[in-house]
Write a protein that binds this ligand. Structure first.
Ligand SMILES: *Cc1c(COP(=O)(O)O)cnc(C)c1O
Length: 371
């Protein structure tokens, strides 16, 4: 990977000298199942509503700093007062602000890898130490006992539910215990929670714990179930005093007028997304079953249960399989084989039935040829 020039290494803050310029390694392909986006058509009428909202938005005025119209709609949806919601420029901005506000030099983030790599990255940007409590290397389940044991000596924690890239859901009683054991803030990253709700047919969010634990923050995004990754909108739900912190430190205009308008229209139309989310969850099970059938034939394929819109798949020579998927089939999936604990793992986003058929038939060939 690239590194900073010698001159820049001397000019940046010393702790940033070894940072690597971001290399997304992006290749245009005809099927992109690499970023957990929603690849389904926008539900009927929603695109029109979004376009009308965008067309009616003046660009000469600064945005409402707190996105209050959007905030009210999100608050109504989640059954909380506006004071418990803060929107951001994608979930990523809110994650960064979480680390900026509650982490910092001399403090330690409790992290449960393999998980979203941005947590450790944002921690490094604000000089926050990271205490990793690794998941079970075979099942990827959280080591709940070890997490709870580590929590008292950490300053803040992030738990992902469903977890990216392993797909599992964190038990709510465990999250409650973590809120008790951790002296600081606990973020529950629910970027994929809509797919879990569709899988369980029930509300799986940890939001109900806010009443009991004032140190919990729930993170959401419109990038996954709502298919609005390009619009850059996420939000947190927490006790009003916690939201005050997010409101105080944020860049005041980070959620631009177009994002606020588009997000509001999309969230108003939230019921229209339910069938899409249910179909993604059903497709995920179909793809998983098909992959398990390859394993049953003696091919080197392992797949884990997932409650998100993606599957983690282990196969022999995964990096090679991923390259051939890209170069010979024009299908892009994410290679995690470089990541600690994820040797030979690929993460495949669940797409439309046609996209899933394409990736399945390509894998059936490649997995055999590369074994
Ligand atoms: C995608 C994702 C997010 C947020 O993404 P944004 O596009 O920045 O809203 C947060 N956490 C996890 C685990 C994710 O996969």
């Amino acid at each position: 990977m690239a590194e900073l020039s010698q001159k820049m290494k001397e000019l940046v803050q010393p702790y940033l000298a070894s940072i690597e310029p971001y290399d997304p390694n992006f290749t245009p392909t005809s099927i992109n199942l690499s970023a957990n986006e929603n690849t389904y058509p926008v539900p009927e009428g929603v695109r029109e509503a979004v376009d009308a909202a965008l067309a009616a938005t003046p660009l000469n005025r600064y945005p409402d700093p707190m996105s209050n119209d959007l905030r009210d709609e999100l608050a109504a949806w989640h059954g909380v007062p506006r004071e418990m919601v803060c929107a951001g420029n994608g979930g990523d901005e809110l994650l960064y602000n979480f680390l900026l506000a509650f982490g910092g030099r001399g403090r330690t983030l409790l992290n449960c890898p393999p998980c979203f790599s941005e947590y450790a990255f944002f921690a490094s940007l604000v000089e926050t130490g990271v205490h990793d409590v690794w998941r079970d290397p075979k099942t990827f389940e959280l080591d709940c006992a070890a997490v709870l044991e580590a929590a008292p000596s950490c300053d803040l924690a992030i738990v992902t539910s469903p977890n990216n890239p392993t797909g599992d859901v964190a038990p709510l009683d465990f999250i409650g215990k973590l809120c008790e054991a951790c002296p600081g803030m606990v973020m529950v990253d629910e970027a994929y929670i809509e797919f879990a709700d569709a899988s369980f047919g029930a509300k799986t969010t940890a939001q109900g714990l806010i009443e009991k634990y004032s140190n919990i923050v729930i993170l959401h995004t419109l990038s996954k179930a709502f298919g609005a990754a390009g619009a850059r909108c996420g939000y947190v739900i927490a006790a009003p005093e916690v939201i005050d912190v997010f409101a105080a430190i944020r860049q005041i205009y980070s959620v631009n007028v177009l994002t606020q308008a588009a997000a509001l229209a999309a969230v108003r139309a939230r019921d229209a997304y339910a069938p899409v989310v249910a179909q993604v969850a059903a497709e995920r099970e179909r793809v998983k079953t098909a992959l398990e059938a390859l394993a049953a034939k003696g091919l080197p394929v392992e797949v884990w249960p997932s409650f998100g819109n993606f599957l983690l798949v282990r196969t022999a020579h995964a990096t090679r399989v991923r390259e051939r998927l890209r170069d010979e089939y024009s299908i892009l999936v994410r290679d995690f084989s470089y990541a600690p604990g994820l040797a030979d793992c690929l993460r495949i986003t669940v797409g439309t039935p046609a996209e899933n058929d394409a990736v399945l038939s390509a894998l059936a060939v490649l997995v055999k040829e590369e074994m």
